[in-house]
Design a protein around this ligand. Structure first.
Ligand SMILES: [Zn+2]
Length: 419
């Protein structure tokens, strides 16, 4: 009996101590959770108000690449303001109920390793000044028949001014000069990127005459690997709906959509195209016509995709069918140019190849550099190639041969240097 009497107060003390400890540990966590929920609410309000500056105040500024991606993302809100946008922490239990209650296909969100953190059992987690939370985002643009829904695990960092949004939580893989950030389940694809990109970079550096010790060649290149089209699109702009496999803009990471298994053969042309953009933006800040950006990216990739001959056949056919628009119509990334989506790439590629063959690599790089530093297309063409762009265009059109009978094209030499 005495032992029981002594034990009871002991148990009570343990209980009290446990309550105290749980209280101390749990209180900052739940306080932080509500702070993060408030942050998400304020960001949501800024998105709906197309308030770019208001939104950017809540973005973690520690990663300059992510910061630039978010700037461009937020800037698009002014042109394309969503009619609906909500995001919230989606706890695994809530996640399950929501999915069951949805009941129809339209309401079931995209499901893959990247978009369904709830399925992996990941819940809100806080670790000192960093936190992770599975979130669900639902949004709709004017005219959309139904909203889009995505899920990912978001990360947050607490700075002096409180919690800030740090974007998706990524797995990381490093190789020679390359940092690959990827979602759960995409490790094999990420490994392929890490293996292939270093050699692709060297090829592109050669093509752009960047020395091995140049800032571009010595910089770590970030790549983000997405598992679904909608997730990649939403990371660019909420309004983005064009089907794409890759993306790059100045100061941003290379973004790729690749499946769980990716063969090097199909990955190399995609990497070379996107890294071709990275190299082009390195030449200067002025924006070149869209067809030049895509044309030189395609040129960077042609040795991997054996695409020069195939593209030449296509361009001959377009000429015969009257489908080679004025380059002027493909200058901006707008609806007028999007009518000629294939030509932006194919016609641009063909013209860049023509300039390379006629004038050489140094002249091609000089022509690009002059425009990247602010010269107009016509001025750069006159200064570097010695004729007006109108004359260059006419000569290029004359150079395109007639449609040939289908003959198997000679396989290009895979060792051919960049042109
Ligand atoms: Zn491109």
């Amino acid at each position: 009996m005495p032992s029981v009497a002594r034990r009871l107060p002991g148990s009570l003390w343990s209980l009290l101590l446990a309550v105290l400890v749980i209280g101390l540990v749990a209180r900052p966590s739940s306080a932080s959770r509500s702070e993060i929920e408030r942050l998400l609410g304020e960001m949501q309000a800024a998105v709906l108000a197309a308030d770019m500056d208001g939104y950017m105040k809540f973005v973690d500024p520690s990663d300059p690449v992510f910061l630039q991606e978010q700037r461009m993302w937020a800037d698009d809100l002014r042109k394309n303001t969503p009619v609906e946008f909500r995001w919230a922490i989606q706890d695994p239990a809530v996640d399950q109920r929501g999915t069951e209650a949805a009941g129809d296909d339209d309401a079931v969100p995209a499901r893959n390793a990247n978009d369904a953190p709830g399925e992996g059992g990941q819940a809100f987690r806080i670790d000192g000044a960093t936190a992770e939370a599975p979130i669900e985002v639902v949004w709709s643009m004017p005219g959309w028949p139904k909203p889009r829904t995505l899920r990912w695990t978001a990360s947050f960092r607490r700075g002096e001014d409180g919690w800030r949004y740090s974007g998706e939580k990524w797995n990381r893989l490093e190789s020679e000069g390359v940092l690959v950030m990827y979602a759960d389940g995409l490790e094999e694809a990420a490994r392929a990127v890490a293996d292939e990109l270093p050699a692709v970079r060297r090829h592109v550096h050669d093509g752009f005459l960047f020395a091995e010790d140049s800032p571009l060649a010595t910089r770590v290149q970030e790549v983000k690997v997405y598992g679904s089209m909608q997730h990649l699109q939403a990371s660019i702009f909420l309004s983005y709906t064009d089907g794409i496999a890759g993306w790059n803009e100045p100061g941003e990471s290379i973004k790729l959509l690749i499946g769980r298994r990716t063969r090097a053969g199909s990955l190399r042309p995609l990497l070379a195209h996107e890294y071709g953009h990275v190299a082009t933006f390195e030449l200067g800040d002025a924006r070149m016509p869209w067809w030049i950006l895509e044309g030189v990216a395609e040129l960077s990739a042609e040795v991997y995709g054996k695409s020069r001959e195939r593209n030449d056949r296509e361009v001959r056919r377009w000429k015969a069918e009257g489908k080679l628009p004025p380059f002027e119509e493909m200058a901006e990334f707008d609806d007028r140019a999007k009518k000629w989506y294939s030509q932006v790439y194919g016609q641009g590629h063909h013209m860049l190849g023509y300039i390379s063959d006629r004038y050489g690599r140094e002249a091609r790089v000089g022509w690009l550099t002059a425009q990247a530093r602010g010269d107009s297309l016509d001025q750069a063409t006159r200064d570097v190639l010695g004729l007006s762009f109108e004359e260059l265009d006419a000569r290029w059109r004359d150079s395109i041969g007639p449609v040939e009978d289908e003959v198997p094209a000679a396989a290009p030499d895979p060792e051919k240097p960049a042109t």
